[in-house]
Design a protein around this ligand. Structure first.
Ligand SMILES: Cc1ncc(COP(=O)(O)O)c(C=O)c1O
Length: 392
């Protein structure tokens, strides 16, 4: 079959390919330790699982659900935004539950883009922004984030490149993959800039609770309601990546616009899942504290692994990864990642998959048990350092 033109240039997602290769290596007995993907290995809170079990045992809970999501989940999202971000959202009109924020990225592109509309996308950034823009017929316009500019957009440089065809801008702070945290001043400048250029800002906010004591929403910024829609997710902060629960928040008009597309694509999520998600969002400070204690301990070990690899990194990164510069002896992050994979049987992600500005970096996931990070260090020491094959 000839596939549709819209798939031209869209490859298989990097991780889907790489995980297949790793599976092959494992079949050869390599037992690869993967520090690649950001899928939490820890379970959700037991009370959340209990709600799912109890609710799914009820005969009346298996029907199609409302396209706008259960009122219980929308109320829980509204309370969560109010409690943690100090943002007031009307549960009836300003919230749309999603099957993860990844699907929301596609829905937003399909809702707003005509052929040739330009979309500002971070480089480095989450690869799905670019593929969703391309699939929807839009044109990706990368904006560069560099260590020299603190991984923030350079608004002056951006001004010089605008053509007037830009319609959306994807932003994501805490930023994946660099771990850069936002500040209030940056968020204010961003909203002012988007207002001036009449761009719709799509803020993707799945990491605000991970290794960060002060979760922020871009919607809390003055004037944001007119130019911002925000995606959020239970995948990382509630350890529910496989459950597929996210949300879109913003002005009622924007929610209705995206609903026009989404309601033609799928139906409401399984009710017990939504009720369990509502429970997860009601968890208190203790939940986030114990989660972050675990990630902090893991991060210390990952720092030591990166020291062994002679990589440099900032210690104040948020989110569930550490972003690190590769040492001078390697052509790029791919070369280091390949050497570590093929010689030490440890997988770390090359930064280049997030865009050209990531070429000289690697990203190490914290979604891995401490003993596996210890084992990864031992393998690197045994296979790379003692044999002197580590380029430097
Ligand atoms: C920046 C970013 N946005 C969105 C997602 C997708 O999250 P979800 O599981 O809610 O679809 C990820 C997942 O890795 C991510 O890193």
């Amino acid at each position: 079959m000839v596939t549709a033109k819209r798939l031209e240039g869209i490859g298989e997602y990097y991780f889907s390919q790489k995980l297949r290769e790793i599976e092959g290596l494992n079949k050869e007995g390599k037992n690869i330790i993967s520090l690649g993907i950001g899928s939490p290995d820890l379970p959700p809170h037991p009370e959340v699982i209990k709600v799912l079990q109890e609710e799914s045992a009820k005969p009346g809970n298996h029907a199609y659900q409302s396209y706008k999501g259960s009122p219980v989940l929308r109320a829980a999202i509204s309370e969560w935004y109010s409690k943690w971000y100090d943002v007031k959202l009307d549960p009836a009109s300003e919230i749309l539950p999603l099957i993860g924020s990844k699907e929301g990225i596609m829905h937003i592109c399909m809702t707003y883009l005509n052929d040739g509309d330009e979309v500002l996308v971070p480089n480095p950034g989450y690869p799905t922004y670019s593929s969703a823009v391309a699939l929807a017929g839009g044109k990706v316009k990368p904006y560069h984030l560099t260590a020299a500019n603190n991984w923030l957009p350079d608004f002056d440089a951006l001004d010089a490149t605008l053509t007037g065809k830009e319609k959306l801008m994807f932003v994501n702070y805490p930023h994946m993959p660099t771990g850069k945290l936002p500040s209030k001043a940056f968020f204010s400048a961003l909203v002012a800039w988007a207002t001036r250029h009449q761009l719709l800002l799509v803020h993707d906010n799945p990491y605000s609770f991970i290794l960060n004591d002060q979760p922020m929403s871009l919607l809390a910024t003055e004037g944001a309601r007119d130019v911002v829609i925000e995606l959020n997710s239970l995948s990382k902060s509630q350890n529910m990546a496989g459950w597929r629960i996210g949300m879109l928040c913003g002005a009622a008009e924007r929610i209705n616009e995206v609903m026009r597309f989404k309601s033609n694509m799928d139906s409401g999520m399984f009710l017990p899942l939504q009720l369990a998600a509502a429970k997860a969002l009601s968890l208190g400070e203790d939940w986030y504290r114990q989660l972050n204690e675990i990630y902090k301990t893991r991060r210390e070990k990952v720092f030591r692994l990166l020291d062994l690899l002679q990589c440099s990194y900032a210690k104040d990164q948020a989110g569930m990864f550490v972003w690190a510069t590769v040492p001078g002896g390697y052509a790029d992050g791919y070369a280091l990642s390949d050497e570590v994979l093929y010689k030490a049987n440890v997988f770390i992600t090359p930064g280049g998959i997030f865009g050209s500005e990531g070429n000289r970096y690697v990203r190490v996931s914290l979604c891995c048990k401490e003993e596996n990070i210890d084992a990864a260090m031992q393998r690197v020491e045994a296979q790379l350092m003692s044999k002197g094959s580590l380029a430097s």
